[in-house]
Design a protein. Structure first.
Length: 610
């Protein structure tokens, strides 16, 4: 998974908190298991009795024993049904709880984690890995534990019948145990490797399909096909190594089982000759030994699967070990409705965590290239902190429109990303209405900050659901009012389903201008006191830009607004323009004031309009 993976060894005991809520269901299943297992020695004994009656030709006795055996079989199968259904119910509930908890934990992680983590890997962990854990839990109680109990019960019975004969069989058991343990550990290693390869393949597919337009635009189909082929080949090789190990294991264990059975016949004949065993007892003994073969095979197979599942447990609990870099203060207060006064006090910030993430991910080449690029937003250096923002201070009064201008890498986006606490600065503090944002809950802080980004993210659902994103129950009339303010109502009602029109994945069936106006409507419905416009019109054509700009001007009224824009036409009417360079504010003033100074802003303006 890369950056945040912690190389810690995990064990199944970590699943205990998820087993406890299901203890009643598991207890009922175990009661059925005990009934299921207790029947086996009795069936072995009945096999011996039937053999004796067959030798005597006693048909009535055979019929009576057969009828009794049929009732026992029926009871056993009913117990097996109860065991299987109850354990399936418990295992699925455990899987559901684990999946919800992992997803909830991921939601608490900071933005920097997701910026350096592959989406495909997370998707695989939340689906395939957790499903595998559920299967392991189910098989442990459904197959493994009944098989172990069956081995114990039947083994106790054969010891009771003839301990000398059983002693010969026991001599082979340690060898089988050592072999099964060795195969299981190797299987765990191969399984971990295979799961990582599947994650790599999944990540590549998401990356390529989400950027398929770029792939086709650059005629890079052959290039991506080669990358896919390499990952698919690695995946095949990893899976083949695991399957080859299985192919070796089962013949070896099966051969030992066959040798054990031959030994039973050899020693059994000797015990009968010695008068220590009767013919009917030997039949019972043979039936009991036959009852040991399937559980041994099941235990062997399950042990391999448990080792494969252990790799999945490792990968899941690695996620729980990740701690967010932005942590809500214990006892944090709820931010009351604010007027929008924002103050940055001596803020210094560096992406130190991102560097550590990249290093952990093994991106050595990336780090080297960044180190050489002094114009990058941050660079790796020795003995020098790569500050993105340096001792930066300014005050925005309620209702101010603050424009941030500067070259790429100047720190504009970083500056506004600190306000909703996507990151925390290493020094300084940010206050809203005089309240330190670290003292309030993240949810109450972010509920009062609206963001209209350059790239609008839409989710599968209706247009109304996208505008009211984050609200379970919303007022459709309020959604329509927000859309009207955002200049989105007219194009929405032209769809046959109107506000109930289904939006495709990432809103691909809408134009850029339409997606951006939905994003504005989303911000309007939130009714924030503070608004961040991050290059909100840079990717639009002139007609769409005019509609979006008109909508932005409406929602900017009576709000504190931070505007990031490379097109200076969008910032000319700002109350104050902050010109940034290398993480510092080098100029501040209105559009007219900055032009008069003939400084950096004036040069930017001249470059765009001359």
């Amino acid at each position: 998974m890369g950056d945040y993976t912690l190389k810690t060894r995990s064990h199944y005991w970590q699943l205990l908190p998820y087993l406890r809520p299901q203890r009643v269901t598991i207890g009922q299943a175990l009661a059925c298991t005990v009934g299921f297992v207790a029947v086996w020695p009795l069936l072995a004994w009945l096999a011996g009795r039937i053999a004796a009656y067959v030798g005597q030709g006693n048909v009535d006795a055979i019929a009576q024993v057969a009828g009794f055996a049929a009732l026992i079989f029926l009871g056993q199968k009913l117990a097996q049904y109860g065991q299987d259904t109850l354990m399936a119910k418990a295992a699925l509930s455990i899987t559901l709880d684990l999946r919800k908890n992992v997803y909830a934990h991921l939601q608490t992680l900071s933005l920097d984690y997701f910026e350096t983590t592959r989406t495909g890997d997370l998707s695989y962990r939340l689906t395939e890995d957790i499903d595998r854990i559920g299967e392991v839990v189910n098989k442990f109680f459904h197959q493994f534990l009944p098989s172990v109990l069956q081995l114990i019960a039947v083994f106790a019975y054969v010891v009771y019948l003839n301990w000398q004969l059983t002693l010969g069989i026991v001599l082979i058991a340690p060898l089988m145990g050592l072999l099964i343990g060795w195969f299981g550990e190797r299987m765990r290693q191969f399984s971990r490797r295979s799961q990582n390869r599947v994650s790599d393949l999944s990540a590549l597919l998401i990356e390529v399909f989400s950027g398929i337009r770029l792939v086709q635009a650059f005629a890079a189909e052959d290039y991506t096909l080669e990358r896919f082929s390499q990952e698919a080949e690695h995946n095949r090789n990893a899976k083949y190594a695991a399957e080859r190990l299985k192919a070796i294991q089962f013949p070896v264990v099966g051969f030992l089982e066959a040798m054990c059975l031959l030994l039973v016949f050899l020693l059994g004949g000797w015990q009968i000759a010695q008068g220590n065993l009767t013919g009917s007892e030997f039949v019972s003994y043979g039936a009991a030994v036959a009852m040991l073969i399937d559980p041994i095979a099941i235990v062997t197979s399950n042990y391999n699967e448990f080792k494969q599942g252990e790799a999945s447990v490792d990968r899941i609990f690695e996620l729980f070990a990740i701690v967010p870099t932005v942590i809500e203060k214990e006892g944090a207060m709820i931010l009351p409705p604010v007027t929008g006064k924002v103050e940055y006090r001596q803020i210094s910030f560096a992406y130190t965590q991102a560097q550590e993430n990249l290093e952990r991910a093994g991106f050595d080449e990336t780090l080297s290239s960044i180190a050489k690029d002094q114009d990058a937003p941050w660079h790796v250096s020795t003995g020098k902190t790569p500050w993105v923002l340096k001792d930066l201070s300014f005050l925005a009064q309620p209702g101010d429109a603050i424009a941030l201008v500067g070259a790429s890498g100047a720190g504009k986006t970083t500056l506004v990303n600190l306000l909703p606490r996507f990151y925390d600065p290493q020094a300084g503090e940010i206050l809203i209405d005089g309240i330190n944002i670290r003292d309030v809950t993240l949810k109450s802080l972010r509920r009062q900050i609206g963001i209209v980004p350059q790239e609008t993210t839409l989710f599968s659902g209706t247009i109304a659901q996208n505008i009211a994103f984050g609200q379970k129950d919303f007022d459709l009339e309020a959604v329509q009012d927000a859309a009207k303010i955002a200049n989105a109502h007219q194009f929405i009602i032209q769809f046959s389903q109107g506000y109930h029109t289904w939006v495709g994945e990432r809103g691909i069936n809408l134009s850029g201008g339409q997606r951006q106006r939905i994003a504005i409507a989303r911000a309007v419905l939130l009714n924030p006191s503070i608004l961040i416009l991050d290059e909100a019109t840079s990717a639009l054509d002139s007609e769409s830009e005019a509609l979006v700009q008109e909508a932005l001007e409406r929602i900017m009224k009576e709000r504190t607004v931070f505007i990031i824009a490379h097109r200076l036409t969008t910032v000319r009417r700002a109350d104050r323009i902050l010109v940034m360079e290398q993480g510092q504010i080098i100029e501040s003033g209105t559009h007219a004031e900055l032009l008069e100074r003939e400084g950096r802003y004036a040069r930017f303006y001249a470059q765009q309009f001359t």
